[in-house]
Design a protein around this ligand. Structure first.
Ligand code: GTP
Length: 646
């Protein structure tokens, strides 16, 4: 199943070998060991809550390691090991998936400062995590690779930080590289964002050069949090995860007042109340505390037993205060890509259900709805922020919960304006419906207008790749909006494009035509009216729900041809001849015939070769278990997934 995920080759990277820091970086003069610090006595004006935001691979986790070392939070002996990337999938792929937090103590001009660092993922699919992390921040370090320059995600992150009115500390990383061009990249920052080149710090996170300056800039340039310790306790939940023994743990930013272990708290959203069981700062391991005070970021455990109780964006308050005004939460991002998830066999259903529930608590951006399919049984339709998100989720299911589900090919959600009183009544009186399962896509005669989700894509690429990139975008029905020359060699172009055209392999194709140099990011652009049709697939006249797709009318014929040819390849020859047909609006648009296969490979095996005969028979019967029978045709289950890949 994970072969479908070759789409993500481009994103994985090989971690650098662990290297030790030069001795000069081990002398952390400003460091304080956390033992003797009374955290709640650090005044609000000596707290800084910040995040590091950057394009994927520009060195956030490495810089975070250096900051942790410089403040004595972790030992420098460990070298470059990306301490905040704690999930197995993060270590394997070298990407940050889950935002993590660490509270650092740093002495500046004779005073102790508490710096709450929130590490964020860089990939476009995880912008939800970035936006959530920023809700607890007053400023950001905008990290840009001095070799690669500004990339699409840098642009997106910059605008996200600006929209939240956060102070930005621009930092150029990897200045140790031979090809680093810090002056030119600082100029890019000026051209695109009007950032004064004199304000840009130049560092090498790998070697530690200039990292202390980053800490100083954070203290000097960022404001203290707008927190009030004398008010009644209010805290924002901005992340949560599930602990097998302690239930849901909430990462909170305390905006007002304070909270102590043993106090009764309540949730604004659900109205439920809880006793605070544990409080801790993350360093990045938990450091238990008796209380958390305004301005701090910490972990709160209160025996929340189910994932539904811990809501990101919810406000917690003291139960004795009866009510509270909720803190401005943040709008959770809508899922963009949907896929069916089914247990390998139905006996694993309860186990997979509980694994999904626990993982969703760790990843609130995933939506879950029960679904069923004649071929694959009872399962769920999950919504993800993008394909990498989907892939990482299924990999985590496998690694953390030892579950091995079947995933169907991804699809997007269409908006449909229905017509006709009867049709609308049949949909519960709703004129507008949203459909993410192509099998439920209504026919044209029931519909006033179809709409499909569009995104605004930003592509930054070398100028010489412009031709092929335009070709790719046109082929994917994209419409160019703007184009800016970043410098003599690189160009930034924005496109309006249908999400459906980019979910499967757009990023892969883009990387391949630009030899890996182009970067891509997108943001939601809402729904646009579109000429869509549903394409059904019939095997010997029987419709196969799982193979249904929704395509743009201009692509119906080419897609139908591709689909039937692929099915012909994927379905094994059988005892009967199989007609494979693609049908649009009742009309067959493409057809292939799979010839019957009569030879019985075990027939001649008699006499001495009993073992081989037994082995072949066993293989055949095991193979059949993995098949779905449609009109007496056995279709391997993974066909439903493989066929929709381009
Ligand atoms: P994501 O978590 O995937 O978003 O990546 P990231 O931005 O956290 O990048 P990470 O810290 O994982 O670093 C990416 C790669 O760049 C790693 O191989 C680092 O060793 C390397 N790297 C980071 N900083 C420097 C630097 O200053 N100089 C050099 N030469 N390499 C660096």
């Amino acid at each position: 199943m994970f072969k479908m995920i070759s789409v993500f080759r481009v994103i994985g990277k090989v971690h650098s070998s662990v290297r030790r820091l030069p001795a000069r970086f081990l002398s952390v003069s400003s460091t304080l060991q956390s033992e003797d610090i009374i955290y709640d006595q650090i005044a609000v004006d000596r707290i800084r809550n910040f995040s590091i935001i950057a394009h994927v691979d520009h060195g956030k986790s490495t810089l975070a390691d250096r900051l942790l070392e410089l403040t004595g939070t972790i030992s420098a002996q460990a070298g470059n090991k990306q301490v905040l990337d704690s999930l197995q999938v993060e270590k394997e792929r070298g990407i940050t998936v889950k935002a993590q937090t660490a509270s650092l103590i740093y002495k500046h001009k004779g005073q102790q400062f508490l710096l709450n660092l929130i590490d964020t993922p860089g990939h476009v699919d995880f912008s939800n995590e970035v936006s959530r992390s920023l809700a607890a921040c007053d400023g950001v370090v905008l990290l840009v690779d001095a070799n690669e320059g500004v990339q699409a995600q840098t642009v997106a992150n910059y605008h996200l930080a600006r929209s939240k009115k956060l102070v930005i500390v621009p930092v150029l990383n990897k200045i140790d590289l031979k090809n680093a061009r810090p002056e030119a990249v600082a100029q890019e920052l000026f051209t695109l964002f009007e950032i004064d080149p004199d304000e840009v710090l130049k560092i090498s996170a790998k070697h530690g050069t200039g990292c202390e300056e980053v800490l100083k800039a954070i203290i000097e340039r960022l404001p203290a949090p707008d927190a009030n310790r004398n008010a009644d306790f209010r805290a924002l939940i901005f992340d949560s995860w599930f602990d097998r023994y302690r239930g849901a743990l909430n990462l909170i930013y305390v905006k007002d007042g304070m909270v102590s272990v043993g106090q009764e708290i309540a949730s604004c959203h659900t109205g439920k109340s809880y006793e605070v069981k544990s409080l801790a700062l993350l360093q990045p391991d938990e450091k238990p505390l008796q209380r958390l005070v305004a301005g701090q970021v910490g972990l709160l455990g209160c025996n929340m037993r189910t994932s539904k109780e811990s809501n990101i964006g919810d406000t917690l308050y003291l139960k004795k205060n009866k009510t509270c005004i909720p803190l401005p939460g943040f709008k959770p991002q809508q899922p963009m890509v949907f896929a069916g998830v089914y247990p390998g066999d139905q006996s694993q259903h309860p186990y997979l259900k509980s694994a999904i529930e626990k993982l969703v608590l760790n990843d609130s951006a995933v939506t879950v709805n029960p679904d069923s399919s004649p071929a694959l049984g009872q399962g769920w339709r999950l919504g993800f922020l993008g394909l990498l998100h989907l892939d990482v989720f299924s990999q985590r299911l496998q690694q953390e919960y030892d579950a091995d589900p079947i995933l169907t090919a991804p699809s997007v959600t269409y908006k449909i304006h229905l017509k006709g009183v009867k049709i609308i009544a049949a949909h519960g009186g709703n004129e507008i419906i949203y459909v993410s399962n192509p099998a439920l896509f209504p026919d044209k005669f029931q519909v006033e207008e179809y709409y499909e989700p569009f995104v605004l894509g930003t592509i930054i690429a070398p100028t010489e790749c412009t031709g092929p990139i335009i070709g790719l975008c046109v082929e994917r029905r994209a419409i160019q909006k703007t184009s800016i020359n970043i410098d003599n060699d690189r160009i930034m172009t924005t496109y309006l494009m249908p999400l459906n055209e980019i979910v499967v392999d757009f990023h892969d194709q883009l990387k391949s035509i630009s030899s890996g140099y182009a970067s891509f990011d997108y943001e939601d652009h809402g729904y646009v009216a579109s000429a869509l049709v549903r394409m059904d697939v019939l095997l010997n006249g029987t419709m196969v729900d799982e193979l249904c797709t929704v395509v743009h009318i201009s692509k119906a014929h080419s897609h139908a041809r591709e689909l039937v040819l692929k099915l012909k390849e994927l379905i094994p020859r059988q005892m009967v001849q199989i007609a494979i047909q693609a049908v649009v609006g009742g009309k067959v648009v493409a057809r292939e015939t799979l010839k019957a296969y009569r030879k019985d490979v075990t027939a001649k095996l008699y006499g001495g070769d009993v073992t081989r005969r037994m082995k072949l028979l066993k293989q055949q019967s095991e193979g059949k278990k993995k098949m779905r029978a449609i009109a007496n045709i056995n279709v391997p289950k993974d066909t439903f997934i493989n066929v929709l890949k381009r």
